[in-house]
Design a protein around this ligand. Sequence first.
Ligand code: ADP
Length: 264
Amino acid sequence: SSEGNELHEYAFLETIRFSEAFNKLIGRFKVLDETRQEFVSNVSHELKTPLTSMKVLADSLLSQEEVPAELYREFMGDMSEEIERENKIINDLLSLVKMDKTSHDMNIETLDINQIVERILKRLRPIAQKQNIELVFETFRTVEAEVDETKLSLAVSNLVENAIKYNHKNGWVHVSLNADHKFFYLKVADSGMGIPKESQEHIFERFYRVDKSHSREIGGTGLGLAITRSAVVMHRGAIKVYSEEGEGTTFTVRIPLKYVASTN
Ligand code: ADP
């Protein structure tokens, strides 16, 4: 009967529709899984590297009958540095995990943004001074905004720390804060080495570093900007980078003055 045919056709179309939806879903899971797998394998690798160095140092001390005090001290110094590095990676990972987990859990307060930035710069000034880097804060007006202080501070600290880290001796870092009726704008500009064009789109990815060996020497984990971006996005903000190799880098952050809770 024609009724039977119609039913058949309907069932057939539904089956196709279902299998399409199912495939789409599986595809999405696969993507998720691959990113997660990649993340876990990156984490393992990053955590293993300092451990491997420590083991090599310890073994080489153990293999010698009598170790001159000088050498012993040198190796212990190296080990201490590796431990510090491991510590930094673990701390960054913890911050990142916290960002992921508490993304719906913002601790929003109305705060003086100038003060938050001042506090961060005060903490980082001694580090800048060591390399004779001029650290300037330019502020155009008072800014009050609804922010999560811990998360915003983490974002700003990472930007200013990078601006100092990837700079030259006698260079400068200019931080500026401005606002209009809707947003506040934070700018961190430096006179440093800059970021190659082809790397600029990757620097916010977890563990991405432009120059692995150099960044390792400087003490980077590749997690700083991923943390910064998460924190900015959680404030419904935006972050951009402008950079010229050999000239310097500017990061701009734009965050709404009023926090808007997510609708989903
Ligand atoms: P890291 O812990 O290595 O500093 P980040 O995620 O903070 O990791 O930054 C990623 C990479 O982006 C860095 O390794 C560095 O190569 C580059 N980078 C970040 N900030 C700057 C900057 N201000 N100037 C030059 N390069 C930068």
